[in-house]
Write a protein that binds this ligand. Structure first.
Ligand SMILES: [Zn+2]
Length: 284
């Protein structure tokens, strides 16, 4: 069992927490309970219920169903999702890690970058260690050595609040990796609000000294994802509910072509038409 006592604080008043068997106690805000799977819950029960139900409707119901078996979900995702995510991923941050450091994944979903990571998500997927809202992270300031956040910021209405929280909990000299979509169809999971260029992403993290930036997922991925959703909309004949389901059917055919990006994502200028971009930087 991981020990969090020296890095966690109350997300609402930022005071220290006392560890007890059932969870962590804030003197002002009471007990943050552990659930049956050992996840520490830092969101109110009402918010948690709302998030669970938003993941259980429409196409997200199907995704949530597969996410119960993360290995199967990621296997299907790697073959059929038209977005190739095998190059320039969060693992590139390993070069900067110290083996005793604190590594945090914000908006982890059910996957784990590596065993050392503390997985934080607002939804209690299997594999999540801490259930919390990205704009109120239950970590002390300057407590994390490494932070990654992949394909998360487009799903929150106030990405500045999350980027500020990431920078608050990152130690000076610590490293952060963030990837976001640039050209991508609307994909509610359960919500979708934003897209960024690399310049826009750098503006969102002004306190990062950029070490590397570039294409996470290239032009073929952008085109295929767009085509899958385009066919979905056109052939659903006006049924808004049907369109995302149909898009996922087209993905089964189009998805595997994404591997062409192995050759195309490194082309000069690929950033201008890529589907996903990233930055990796050091906190000033
Ligand atoms: Zn408190």
């Amino acid at each position: 069992m991981r020990k969090y006592a020296d890095i966690l604080c109350c997300p609402f008043c930022r005071s220290g927490l006392k560890e007890v068997e059932s969870g962590y106690i804030c003197k002002t805000h009471g007990l943050f309970k552990k659930d049956a799977a050992g996840r520490i819950i830092f969101v109110e029960e009402e918010t948690l219920d709302k998030n669970v139900s938003s993941h259980n409707s429409g196409i997200n119901w199907l995704k949530s169903f597969f996410k119960k078996s993360p290995k199967l979900y990621y296997l299907l995702w790697h073959i059929f999702c038209p977005v190739m995510m095998t190059v320039n991923g969060p693992r590139m941050i390993f070069k900067y890690r110290d083996k005793h450091g604190v590594l945090v994944d914000i908006g982890s979903g059910p996957g784990r970058v590596s065993e050392e990571f503390i997985n934080v998500d607002i939804f209690p997927f299997s594999g999540v260690d801490i259930v919390a809202d990205g704009k109120e992270l239950p970590f002390c300031s300057n407590s994390a050595d490494i932070i990654v956040s992949e394909a998360v910021l487009e799903h929150v209405p106030n990405p500045q609040k999350i980027s500020q929280e990431i920078m608050r909990i990152l130690k000076p000299g610590g490293y952060a990796y963030v990837s976001v979509p640039f050209i991508q169809p609307y994909h509610a999971s359960p919500y979708d609000y934003n897209r960024w260029t690399i310049s826009g992403l750098k503006c969102l993290f002004p306190d990062l000294e950029i070490v590397k930036s570039g294409v996470r997922s290239g032009p073929w991925s952008a085109l295929l994802m767009f085509l899958a959703y385009w066919f979905g909309v056109i052939f659903s004949f006006g049924s808004q509910k049907m369109a995302p389901f149909l898009a996922h059917v087209f993905m089964l055919v189009l998805g595997p072509f994404k591997y062409l990006d192995y050759f195309f994502m490194k082309m000069p200028g690929a950033e201008a038409v890529a589907t996903q971009l990233y930055i990796l930087g050091r906190k000033k």
